[in-house]
Design a protein around this ligand. Structure first.
Ligand code: SF4
Length: 323
C-alpha cells in the first residue's frame, strides 16, 4: 500500500488501527479448545435450562443491558421491538458502506451508495421498511443526508479496502456452545483479514456514528470471543472507530482480553437465568436511566436523573445485599 496517496486520517487508520506490516500472533489449537472448555464449564447451569431448538442467545446488547442494570434489561425485554432513528441510521450507513466496498462500478460514490441503501431498505418488509414508510418527505431527506454524510466520512477516513483484505460489512457471526444450547451472536460492522494457518490476521471494527461509550470497549472484546470460539483463532485486534471525530481505539486481543470476555458472558448468563427464575432485578442507576423505559416507575432511576445521591446510595446498598 502506498501511504503517500492517503490523507493523514487514512494513514492513521492503516498504521495505528490496522497495524499494517506488524507481525501477527500465532495460536496453537489448544488455545481455543481451553477457552471453549472454560466457557462451557461456566455456562453449564444456564445451558441446562435450554435446548438446541431454544438456545440461550447471548448478544452484545443483551449482555450490556443485563450487566448495566437488570431493571433496564427487563424493561427492554418486555417492550416489543421498535426501530429507532439511531438504529435505522446505523443499518443504512452500513449498507451504503457495503455498496462502496463491493460494487464500486454501480455505486462509485457515497451519494449513489446512499440512494441504493435507501431504495433497497424501503422495498423490504421488515421493521426498517415500515419505519422508512412512516417518514414524511422532509424526514426522509434528512435521513438520506445523514447517511450520505456518514458514508462520505468513511471514505474520507478509511483507505480504499483491498479485495485481498477480505472486507466484510455487517458480518453475522454465531458460535454454538454446550451442544447448541447456548449461542453467542454478533454482527461485526466491519471485519478484515482471516487467519492464515495458526496466525491471527483478522481485525474486527465497530464503526460509531458518534463517539465511544464505556460499554463499547466490552462489546468489541465480546466480538473477539465469538470469533475465537467459532473460527478457532482469535482476531489479532479489535477496534472502535468514530466517524464523527475520525478517531479510533484499537486493542490487541490477548489471553487476558478473552478471559475477561469469557467471565462477562458467564456472569450475564447466570443473571439472565436467575431473572428468568423470578429473582428480583438488581438496580444500578446510572446514565442508562436517562433512556430506560422504566425510569418513570423506578425510584433510584428517578433519583439518579434528578441527581439525588442519598436515595441512590441507599437503594444500591439494599439491592446489593438482597442479591
Ligand atoms: S431507571 Fe435506571 S435504575 Fe431503574 S431500571 Fe432503568 S436503568 Fe435501572
Amino acid at each position: 500500500m502506498d501511504l503517500t496517496r492517503l490523507n493523514p486520517c487514512q494513514r492513521g487508520v492503516v498504521t495505528d488501527l490496522m497495524g499494517f506490516g506488524l507481525p501477527r500472533p500465532t495460536y496453537g489449537p489448544e488455545f481455543s479448545r481451553e477457552l471453549v472448555a472454560r466457557l462451557e464449564d461456566g455456562l453449564a447451569v444456564s445451558a441446562a435450562e435450554h435446548t438446541p431448538d431454544d438456545p440461550l442467545v447471548l448478544s452484545k446488547s443483551r449482555l450490556t443491558e443485563v450487566l448495566t442494570c437488570e431493571g433496564l434489561y427487563l424493561s427492554r425485554d418486555a417492550q416489543p421491538f421498535a426501530m429507532s432513528r439511531a438504529m435505522a441510521l446505523g443499518i443504512l450507513t452500513h449498507k451504503a458502506v457495503e455498496r462502496l466496498l463491493v460494487d464500486l462500478e454501480r455505486h462509485p460514490n457515497p451519494h449513489a451508495a446512499t440512494e441504493y441503501a435507501l431504495a433497497r431498505a424501503s422495498s423490504g418488509e421488515d421493521a426498517l421498511a415500515s419505519w422508512l414508510t412512516g417518514l414524511d418527505e422532509d424526514e426522509r431527506l434528512e435521513i438520506k443526508g445523514e447517511v450520505r454524510n456518514l458514508a462520505t466520512e468513511f471514505v474520507q477516513q478509511w483507505p480504499p479496502l483491498e479485495r485481498g483484505w477480505y472486507p466484510r460489512v455487517e458480518n453475522r457471526a454465531s458460535a454454538l456452545l454446550c451442544g447448541g444450547r447456548v449461542k453467542l451472536y454478533a454482527r461485526y460492522d466491519l471485519a478484515l483479514g482471516k487467519p492464515e494457518g495458526s496466525e491471527a490476521r483478522t481485525l474486527i471494527v465497530d464503526l460509531k456514528a458518534r463517539s465511544f461509550g464505556a460499554s463499547h470497549f466490552e462489546e468489541i472484546r465480546f466480538y473477539a470471543l465469538v470469533e475465537t470460539v467459532r473460527v478457532g483463532i482469535p482476531p489479532f485486534r479489535v477496534a472502535l472507530h468514530s466517524l464523527e471525530t475520525g478517531g479510533h481505539y484499537a486493542e490487541d486481543v490477548t489471553a487476558a482480553t478473552l478471559s475477561a470476555a469469557c467471565e462477562r458472558v458467564v456472569e450475564a448468563a447466570a443473571a439472565l437465568g436467575e431473572l428468568r427464575r423470578g429473582r428480583q432485578p438488581s438496580l444500578r442507576p446510572g446514565p442508562a436511566c436517562n433512556w430506560c423505559g422504566s425510569s418513570g416507575d423506578c425510584p433510584p432511576g428517578r433519583a439518579w436523573i434528578e441527581d439525588d445521591v442519598t436515595v441512590i446510595e441507599s437503594h444500591v446498598s439494599q439491592a446489593s445485599t438482597s442479591v
